[in-house]
Design a protein around this ligand. Structure first.
Ligand code: SF4
Length: 372
């Protein structure tokens, strides 16, 4: 059976991981730029989904859609796709392909159709699947997140229990290349329950790697309260990166509490100071326009952005109410003139980047920019 994977830039790491997982069951993906017989698979997020909807609805082949949007809105996606994979795909997608090849109905756990859905009964054990095969991807070292930030889809897709790939398996894949880059909801939580760090596990991991290590920077950002003397010493001792990327999100403790971020503004300031003292550049994410954010709270965020920008870099993004999150269905509040002005000034000075006016820019690049 010919199985195709629709090339979408935002889904390149899902491609690398699922290609490797499906190979174990004898299926190899053919990369395509439009749907082709017999089966074409898509991984969609909530910002690019509307772009591909018509293409999938009109496809003259069997279509399978997974990814964050499919997991958040399976019923909606099942209206135009033949099969929707909800949650993790490593186990479910090969089972579904086998079922399709057998001519079955596709009623297997973890898959929704327009008239049927059986929830998945288990979670994927990362070590059971290769991180990638001939198409290099970032090595996913951890999955799941114990936090519940109101704007984030990650725990909805992967659950609240953190799972980790073993050090031996990480080393096996990472050491094949000159650079080691990782995927994690919080790289400094590697080996832990996601709340109580285990620095000895991270040091053991670093000692097993023989190449240039990039840790705590894209795509393995960290949380601010995990930035401390131990974590900074580890980065300075073993890693190539001279930046650490973490989320602050707001300059207001009330907003952070409503978001269930699980840290304070003081944690962010402390993390920035510690990074600077250690010779590491902090790269800090902020979100503006939360629906419950008052004028004063938005200005507190602007103040913190200005403060961080003195010693580090800032990424600012406009709030997007993603489906499947606790803030789904809400509307971003408008930005104050002072916010636009302050962000514009810092952007001109090269201190901040982002998309505070155009939220979709952050996630969605048109297909002409797609790379495999
Ligand atoms: S934003 Fe990060 S810490 Fe918060 S729920 Fe998502 S992955 Fe977890």
């Amino acid at each position: 059976m010919q199985v195709n994977w629709r090339q979408i830039h935002a889904a390149r790491n899902s491609y690398a991981a699922l290609h490797a997982a499906c190979e174990l069951s004898g299926y190899t993906f053919n990369l395509v730029e439009h749907p082709e017989a017999e089966v074409t698979c898509y991984s969609l997020n909530s910002l690019n989904e509307s772009y591909y909807r018509d293409e999938i609805a009109k496809a003259g082949c069997i279509t399978i859609v997974g990814g964050p949007h499919a997991t958040a809105c399976p019923r909606e996606v099942a209206e135009y796709a033949d099969y929707v994979i909800i949650g993790e795909g490593e186990y479910t997608l090969p089972r579904l392909l086998e079922e399709i090849e057998r001519g079955g109905t596709g009623t297997i756990a973890g898959v929704a159709t327009c008239d049927h859905y059986t929830p998945a009964r288990s979670s994927v054990r990362l070590d059971a699947y290769p991180a990638f095969s001939e198409k290099q991807g970032f090595v996913e070292i951890s999955r799941g997140c114990p936090f519940s930030c109101g704007y984030c889809q990650t725990p909805q897709i992967f659950g609240h229990c953190m799972r980790h790939r073993s050090i031996d398996t990480i080393a096996e894949f990472s050491n094949r290349y000159e650079h080691a880059r990782f995927v994690s909801p919080n790289a400094f939580a590697y080996g832990s329950d996601g709340i109580h760090p285990r620095w000895e596990k991270i040091e053991t991991l670093f000692k097993s790697l023989r190449n240039q290590i990039f840790f705590g920077t894209f795509p393995s950002e960290v949380r601010p309260e995990f930035i401390c003397k131990e974590s900074l010493d580890l980065v300075n001792r073993y890693c190539t990166n001279t930046k650490l990327h973490f989320g602050a999100q707001s300059g207001s403790d009330d907003v952070l509490e409503q978001l269930h971020r699980g840290h304070t503004v003081e944690d962010v300031i402390h993390a920035v100071e510690l990074c600077t003292e250690s010779g590491i550049t902090p790269v800090v994410d902020f979100i503006v326009g939360f629906p419950f954010e008052s004028d004063e709270e938005q200005l507190a965020t602007v103040n913190l952005i200005q403060q961080v920008a003195r010693s580090g870099k800032v990424h600012v993004h406009r709030f997007i109410p993603l489906p499947g999150t606790s803030l789904a269905g809400t509307t971003a509040r408008p930005l104050l003139k002072q916010t636009e002005k302050a962000c514009g000034k810092l952007a001109l000075a090269g201190k901040i980047t982002g998309s505070w006016s155009e939220p979709a820019v952050r996630f969605f690049r048109p297909p002409s920019n797609d790379i495999p």
